[in-house]
Design a protein around this ligand. Structure first.
Ligand code: ADP
Ligand code: MG
Length: 585
């Protein structure tokens, strides 16, 4: 029946082409690859399902003509359909040609190469046949686990991770038993190749997994060393979430006529994400960040920094300002990272600050805002970063902080991502207070509509009857309380001050200043500052009572507001001071 299958495959491919023509260019790419594969390796033609629910997202594994034992393993793992990178990657790797596969994190790249290498491994031979390079110990173990699960029913196939930090003699012992598939970090693999504890003579396939991350971690030379050890005839497969230049250089140097697969996931398009940028100086970034957090009040936010140090610093700063924030980066232990992720996922932490590498694999749906505290080094990372918001059809927001020339980088990003990032003014503290009030009022409307308020209305009525307060006074006081007094005082301080009954002389108001005798300040300094800043004649200043750490000054009531406004940014003897109405006695 193979001939029949083959023909059906062609027929379906044509049909498919017609069907998806207007949907996705990527798919045409897929077709060309498929056609190439089909020509190259006569069999392994993909056999599509008759009912075309969606295009290639719905390829089932049993349509890939795989070894039934592998299919069983896949089934046990609970995979129903191949992901796009698997649907394209599996036949490509099976063809024996070199392959470059690019797809976002979490799209199943491991199985995309794991399944075909298992398919081609010879279980009766104990020679090393497949080497997989992996950037970290965790990832190496993860990949080994996944391949072992896939190979669950393939007796005689041995899979072993080798990585730095683990006792090498233990690894050597394990290797002696004969391991067909080795997953290792570049440094440790190099070590074993030098010691001849891994013999590369029968290696058919080498896989560079998470290639971008390996290069980020400075493994380029080690990777090249490992590649130099391999026999002339072998297949080189490379998978990566992004394809920066250095990777393309490696592929050019070590691959021949590679099949190029690139999956651009729909989610990665940035259509439903509002994107803004702010021109911010480095030292002002944290203030702008907190302003935006206050203004938009996102449920979960992801903040990206370019260095681990910045991640730590920012997490510390934000916590100091009362935000619930945690950092995530590669220097942290796995248990720590797991804890941080768990807290973020269940909302215990609202703000996660991360580097690009650490953010790999973060898959949280409710992220409402992504902040590029630092602009990403690679344009492509921008898409990956902001793709963390606006999931599942929700609308997300992305904010980028740029300074000076970085605006040009932003232009590149816009061109690359075919998107628009709008300049936006930083919200003022008034804006923040206003939006808070609006949000509270929204909640209030819901309460009025949905709750039974009779009993509380009684309480308010009594209060109004027994005091001089109006309903308006009481409502205002509640709003004030709900907004948190500090927010309002900054927003309101411009205009209205409340001069309490302080026992000041008739017609005068009493003001408080936070400097006193201990600051080596004399009454004359204060008088001079007030007269100088406000333009009110010095002779109008009334009593000045100095204490060790503070001072009370009386000024004519009609000048009270003016003096306070004028003194806001004033200094006395080089010291910034704070002046406000004195509390009532
Ligand atoms: P990537 O390397 O692209 O970041 P992984 O290979 O680590 O992604 O896969 C991410 C997760 O998806 C893993 O838990 C994996 O078991 C799971 N997965 C892979 N392929 C499928 C599939 N076809 N169906 C369901 N889950 C899958
Ligand atoms: Mg991976």
């Amino acid at each position: 029946g193979s001939k029949f299958h083959h023909q059906m495959g062609w027929w379906n491919l044509k049909f498919h082409f017609w069907f998806v023509k207007n949907e996705e260019i990527i798919f045409c790419n897929y077709l060309t690859n498929m056609l190439k594969c089909a020509c190259y390796k006569n069999m392994h033609t993909l056999f599509f399902e008759r009912k075309y629910k969606k295009y290639m997202e719905t390829i089932r594994f049993d349509e890939l003509e795989l070894n039934p034992k592998i299919l069983r393993g896949i089934k046990d793992m609970g995979f129903e359909e191949a992901t796009p990178i698997q649907a394209q990657g599996i036949p490509a790797v099976l063809s024996g040609r070199d392959v470059i596969g690019q797809a976002q994190t979490g799209t199943g790249k491991t199985a995309a190469f794991g399944i075909p290498v298992l398919e081609s491994v010879d279980a009766s031979s104990h020679k090393t046949q497949v080497i997989i390079l992996s950037p970290t110990r965790e990832l190496a173990i993860q990949v080994a686990d996944e391949i072992r699960k896939l190979a669950k029913y393939m007796h005689g196939v041995k899979v072993l991770p080798v990585y730095g930090g683990q006792d090498i003699s233990r690894q050597i012992k394990a290797l002696k038993g004969g391991v067909q598939i080795i997953i290792g970090t570049p440094g440790r693999l190099m070590d074993h190749l030098r010691r001849k504890t891994i013999r590369p003579d029968h290696v058919k396939t080498i896989v560079l997994d998470e290639a971008d991350e390996m290069l980020n971690m400075g493994f380029r030379e080690d990777i090249e060393t490992v590649l130099e050890y391999l026999p002339q005839e072998h297949q080189t497969v490379l998978f990566s979430a992004t394809m920066p230049k250095p990777i393309l250089e490696i592929t050019r140097k070590y691959q021949h006529d590679a099949i190029n697969i690139k999956i651009v996931k729909k989610e990665l398009t940035v259509a439903n994400i509002d994107q803004y940028y702010y021109d911010v100086k480095r030292k002002d970034k944290i203030d702008v960040l907190t302003r935006l957090l206050d203004y938009y009040n996102p449920k979960l936010s992801l903040v990206f920094c370019n260095t681990k140090k910045m991640v730590d610093e920012l997490a510390y700063e934000l916590c100091g300002r009362g935000y619930s924030a945690e950092g995530l980066h590669g220097d942290m232990k796995q248990v720590q990272r797991d804890r941080v992720m768990k807290n973020f996922r269940n909302g215990k932490t609202d703000i996660l600050i991360a580097t690009d590498v650490a953010a790999r694999g973060i898959d949280v749906d409710d992220v409402e805002a992504v902040f590029n505290y630092d602009l990403p080094q690679d344009d492509e990372y921008y898409v990956h970063r902001i793709g963390r918001t606006g999931r599942a059809g929700r609308c997300g927001k992305a904010f980028s902080f740029v300074k000076g020339k970085e605006v040009y980088k932003l232009k590149d990003i816009q061109r690359y991502c075919k998107t628009k990032i709008y300049a936006q003014p930083i919200p003022s503290s008034d804006d923040v207070a206003k939006i808070r009030a609006e949000k509270i009022m929204d909640q209030i409307s819901t309460i009025i509509d949905e709750e039974n308020l009779t009993s509380v209305i009684d309480i308010i009525e009594n209060q109004i009857n027994e005091s001089d307060y109006t309903a308006m006074d009481i409502a205002a006081a509640f709003l004030y309380q709900a907004m948190g007094a500090s927010e309002i005082s900054t927003a309101e301080s411009k205009d209205d001050y409340d001069f309490h009954n302080t026992g000041a002389e008739d017609g005068m108001v009493r003001l408080f200043i936070n400097v006193g005798k201990k600051d080596r300040i004399k009454p004359g300094d204060i008088l001079g500052a007030i007269a100088g800043e406000s333009g009110m004649p010095g002779r109008l200043v009334g009593a000045i009572d100095m204490y060790d750490k503070y001072t009370f000054v009386e000024v004519p009531a009609e000048y009270g507001k003016e003096v306070l406004n004028a003194m806001k940014n004033a200094k006395i003897k080089g010291r910034s001071v704070n002046m406000e109405p004195a509390n009532s006695r």
